[in-house]
Design a protein around this ligand. Structure first.
Ligand SMILES: Nc1ncnc2c1ncn2[C@@H]1O[C@H](COP(=O)(O)OP(=O)(O)OP(=O)(O)O)[C@@H](O)[C@H]1O
Ligand SMILES: [Mg+2]
Length: 253
């Protein structure tokens, strides 16, 4: 279980203390897929950085399996919008680097298994420069999963892909999640993607970032984004964005 308990986070911006996250509390069950959506700047990446242990300056607590998170650990993986592979190392080497020295000794089977899981069998010796964007992101998924993390954090993982590759990769991500049963917390700007993949969608507001609503998605998988029930949920989420846009920018959308 991942538990975020009453988290408050501020940054000093222009010599002023600005509250970025306000009283965030959320429990994510083992194997659950949760998405975070909210307007740009509402603190989604900041929250993922706290969960991964890259920033420990906040109030409240974040616990994984009952233990307070302190610093980065192989138990918590992260995938960013861009794959961040080392271009001078092969795909296989990039993935195996995510393992500890001990794990690496017995790793060739594990690395191979994860390259197969993400559909990169046969590309072990290839340089990341020879991969397409979608393939490179698959390698990043393999690298994030190879150490068998308890939770995988995804920060707009498909955001840099073209529309068709993105839809294909959404299906792939759903399959990978179903096979690995890893707990996933994903930030996305794509509401369809959030509904397509998640057990629950967390809608955040900005300035400060607060949880506005947590929407359970009880639709059977694979989901049809043209179905009535899907569109009802989509409109429910969009209504939050509409009221925010009105509040902050006087936009009507
Ligand atoms: N290191 C930092 N120092 C000061 N302010 C920061 C720092 N990191 C983030 N912020 C501020 O915190 C707020 C939230 O940033 P964050 O990157 O978490 O937003 P986000 O929801 O991920 O946005 P986006 O959807 O655009 O990625 C922003 O106003 C940003 O300017
Ligand atoms: Mg962000």
């Amino acid at each position: 279980m991942l538990e975020i308990r009453n988290v408050n986070k501020s940054f000093w911006i222009d010599s002023k203390e600005v509250q970025i996250l306000k009283d965030i509390s959320l429990k994510v069950a083992p194997g659950e897929f949760v998405s975070l959506v909210g307007m740009s700047g509402c603190g989604k990446t900041t929250l993922l950085r706290l969960i991964v242990g890259l920033d420990e300056e906040y109030d409240g607590g974040i616990f994984l399996g009952g233990e307070k998170i302190k610093g980065p650990s192989r138990k918590r993986g992260i995938v960013f919008q861009e794959p961040r592979l080392f271009p001078w190392l092969s795909v296989e080497r990039n993935v195996s680097l995510a393992l500890g020295d001990q794990q690496r000794k017995h790793a060739s089977g594990t690395v191979q298994k994860h390259l197969e899981l993400v559909g990169l069998k046969g590309f072990e010796r290839v340089s990341p420069k020879q991969l397409s964007g979608g393939m490179a992101q698959r390698a990043a998924f393999a690298r994030a999963l190879v150490a068998a993390p308890d939770v995988l954090l995804l920060d707009e993982p498909l955001g840099a892909l073209d529309a068709l590759t993105r839809i294909h990769m959404q299906r792939e991500l759903e399959r990978i999640w179903q096979e690995e049963k890893t707990t996933m917390v994903m930030v996305t700007h794509d509401i369809d993607e959030a509904i397509q993949l998640s057990d629950r969608v967390v809608v955040m507001s900005s300035r400060p970032g607060e949880i506005k609503e947590i929407i359970p998605i009880a639709l059977p998988r694979p989901r049809d984004n043209k179905s009535h029930d899907f569109l009802v949920i989509k409109n429910q989420i969009l209504a939050h964005f509409q009221s925010q846009a009105k509040q902050y920018f006087s936009w009507e959308i």
